[in-house]
Design a protein around this ligand. Structure first.
Ligand code: SF4
Ligand code: SF4
Length: 59
């Protein structure tokens, strides 16, 4: 499983702030998750007010 950012990111920065391993950075087209660093904790998806982060089978 993996967490990915789909459409709808509003650049609020909440996911970046809530990620315990610093796997998220805000880029010009939205938040991006470094799959090498991500430990699949789900914090980012839970804290994204616009529900832009979803869990998928594989990134
Ligand atoms: S929490 Fe959601 S809307 Fe906010 S920066 Fe992250 S992906 Fe974008
Ligand atoms: S699932 Fe957890 S570790 Fe992975 S990007 Fe989201 S907050 Fe960071």
């Amino acid at each position: 499983m993996a967490y990915v950012v789909k459409q709808g990111c509003t650049f609020c920065g909440m996911c970046e702030a809530e990620c315990p391993v610093g796997a998220i950075v805000l880029k010009k087209d939205g938040a991006q998750i470094d799959q090498e660093k991500c430990i699949q904790c789900g914090n980012c998806a839970e804290n994204c007010a616009s529900e832009a982060i979803v869990e998928v089978e594989d990134a």
